[in-house]
Design a binder for this molecule. Structure first.
Ligand code: HEC
Length: 152
């Protein structure tokens, strides 16, 4: 009896471990940018990227408002900037963002797949960009258009 149970238990764990190893990376690599964002980023950067996620207090600094990246860069959105931040191990240490290696460690150490994921995230963040705030309207010249001219 025991002779049979042991290999079965081992086989069970082996299959489970294999399933987890195979399932997790595929899961991340199959996600769209929006799904990746919702799963790994929205907790800090907020559902719409405004820097207002529920975990914002967990990072050392307030999470950036990702909707204003283009505005902060003179109106031009830089996908390269997103990829560079996510590829930079130091950025994780400085900001308190959970390390990309931890996030996507299931992808093995495939830099190609990691870049794909980072680019998808960059494309998604681009869709969150808000137009620059319009300048305040010029002071009205004082012409009263509200009331019709009075008749004598
Ligand atoms: C634990 C909270 C946390 C999570 C989760 C998180 N971030 Fe961040 N993120 C931050 C903080 C904090 C900063 C930077 C603040 C600073 O540098 O002053 C930041 C900065 C950034 C920047 C730089 C913005 C700029 O204008 O330079 C990008 C891009 C970014 N995060 C993308 C992401 C993406 C994509 C994810 C998901 C894969 C993510 N972050 C997950 C907290 C987080």
């Amino acid at each position: 009896m025991a002779n049979r149970t042991v290999p079965r238990v081992l086989a069970f764990w082996f299959v489970l471990a294999l399933a987890v190893t195979l399932a997790w990376p595929k899961e991340a690599i199959r996600m769209t940018g929006a799904e990746l964002y919702a799963n790994y980023c929205a907790s800090c950067h907020g559902p719409k990227g405004e820097g207002d996620g529920p975990d914002k207090a967990k990072s050392k600094r307030p999470p950036s408002d990702l909707t204003r990246m283009a505005e902060r860069n003179g109106g031009k959105f830089s996908r390269e900037r997103v990829v560079a931040v996510l590829s930079d191990p130091e950025a994780y240490v400085v900001t308190g963002m959970p390390s990309g290696r931890f996030f996507f460690s299931g992808l093995g150490d495939s830099p190609v797949k990691q870049k794909m994921i980072y680019r998808r995230l960059a494309d998604f963040i681009e869709t969150l960009q808000k137009p620059a705030e319009p300048p305040p309207p010029p002071a009205s010249p004082g012409k009263d258009e509200g009331s019709p001219p009075r008749r004598p």
